[in-house]
Write a protein that binds this ligand. Structure first.
Ligand SMILES: [Zn+2]
Length: 122
């Protein structure tokens, strides 16, 4: 994963907070972007912090595999008005309207000199 200076600062702040025992409601080892559970053998795609070496489920994803900041950056001193919870993010994405193909065909108002039963010349 390519890490920007902003992401590095965010990771530093989150790791520092987690190491001091702070907890966050977004703490999980389940990645919402690839839907997989990270483990210690993983991991080049996610940035993960191990909050408790005795407990496999104590892994916390800090940055998801597609770059999403899992922990609220505002909670670690990084003002980020655009950040939103992943469920809110997915809801916003799904509300994006789909572009319908343009329909060029015109539907005739009458079908010709035949009657409703389909026979011509009635
Ligand atoms: Zn992932």
């Amino acid at each position: 994963m390519l890490v920007t200076i902003e992401t590095a600062q965010y990771v530093y702040n989150v790791v520092t907070a987690l190491a001091s025992g702070k907890t966050f409601p977004q703490m999980t080892n389940q990645c919402p972007e690839c839907d997989s559970r990270v483990d210690l053998s993983d991991d080049l795609d996610h940035i993960v912090f191990d909050t408790n070496p005795e407990d496999r489920d104590a892994l916390v994803i800090i940055v998801a595999c597609e770059g999403y900041w899992m922990i609220d950056p505002n909670a670690v001193g990084i003002v980020s008005e655009g950040w939103m919870r992943i469920d809110e993010h997915f809801a916003e994405v799904s509300e994006t309207p789909t572009i319908k193909p343009e329909v060029n065909a015109t539907i005739p108002t009458t079908w010709g000199p035949w009657g409703d039963d389909g026979r011509a010349g009635v």
